[in-house]
Design a protein around this ligand. Sequence first.
Ligand code: PLP
Length: 490
Amino acid sequence: MSDQNQPLIFEESKKERVAFSLPEIDVPEKTLNSLIDDEYIRKNDPEFPEVSELQLVRHYMALSKRNFGVDNGFYPLGSCTMKYNPKVNEVIARLDGFTKVHPYQDESTVQGALELLYRLQVNLEAITGMDAMTLQPAAGAHGEWTGLMIIRAFHEANHDTKRTKVIIPDTAHGTNPASASVAGFEAVTVKSDVNGLVDLEDLERVADDHTAALMLTNPNTLGLFETHIQDIARIVHAAGGKVYYDGANMNAIMGVTRPGDMGYDVVHLNLHKTFTGPHGGGGPGSGPVGVKKELAPFLPKPLIIKKEDGTYGFDYDRPDSIGRVKAFYGNFGINVRAYAYIRTMGAEGLSQVSKDAVLNANYLLKRLSGNFDTPFKQFCKHEFVLSGSRQKKLGVRTLDMAKRLLDFGYYPPTIYFPLIVDEAMMIEPTETESKETLDAFADRLIEISYEAEENPEIVQEAPHQTVISRLDETRAARHPILRYQKPEAK
Ligand SMILES: *Cc1c(COP(=O)(O)O)cnc(C)c1O
């Protein structure tokens, strides 16, 4: 990387060099100081680097080049749907009418913003097959918790208080059991069968009158469609539970089928995944929750409604609501981007997205299946899971291969998840990548599989080309060094 030798700004510091110019101070410093308690006044000057504006600009440019995002290169991080975020969304989200409104403004002065949110709700209801929707939750996990609190309120309203358990497959994303637990439930595991799908017999065994809900993403985290979903829903409903759709994998089925038609009662969506909100840096996200009619009274308040006179407003008159789950009305900017995306794609465009995402994943799976173990033989949906067990026998682990990909400018796949696959490598190419990109990535990963056979050290010691090479990841997570530290004087 060309910026590797860029000196750190702290080491370039020269006394009295400045990157700014401010007018002379025109109040006596003494007056200023007298307004501040003595204990808060610095006794010594801070040790800030003293550099010119140009040095400062170069410092931040160099840092920005060390970052990696989908705008830099291929990012096949399974389950995260790192697709391209169209720039038109950004233009629209930056319009003054969206950025300069205040949440405390009177309804009558923000009709456009409210209409957008209302229309987004209606569109998401149509896409998921649900009857009502809240846009408040700030991310997928927050949506899961919100959905479970709704289910809890429903059972409580029916005086059905012994329903304390939430059934979750052993392939589930870690947020599912975490949300169940935070919502006050006990998580119970249902096993997967040899085909990677929910084991119906095991489900029959665990579903009973203590079951509050089943949480299930479809396609599941192995990228496999739960073909028995209607039977699954029937078993859970017969036991008196509700069926919750973790919508993080909506990119596989959008415009093709709907959770609401499969028997699901509650859905969350990850607008920052399927609906192109940028999310490499961890947010902000948006995790709207949709429900069937029967659960609608329990949705968070306020809901955004269209009134009889045709204007838009907030509905606070919801006595059974679980209450507010987020300050104000959700992450508005991400909701604007999602609406812009839905409108630019149109209904046909959205279903084409899912078809292309599935095609890309199957193409890549086929290309890689000669060199890596494929634990499941059926077609995948938008993502697939390989196993690195063949390479493990040679002393090269999936972690090593993921690190080796960094040397070639790729963000690695999700690794060691789902937990039921040995040395798992979970790849989600998304629909926005070209065949050329998929081929180049497949060629590279195949090459790495040959390196594992012929020259394992080069993989085991990767990465070689990045600013920082192999880290002790446990120590980095437990004892992170978050501040610049002066090198010891030599
Ligand atoms: C991403 C993801 C989640 C959690 O979503 P966040 O927005 O990260 O909280 C839940 N389930 C699955 C399957 C996911 O991929």
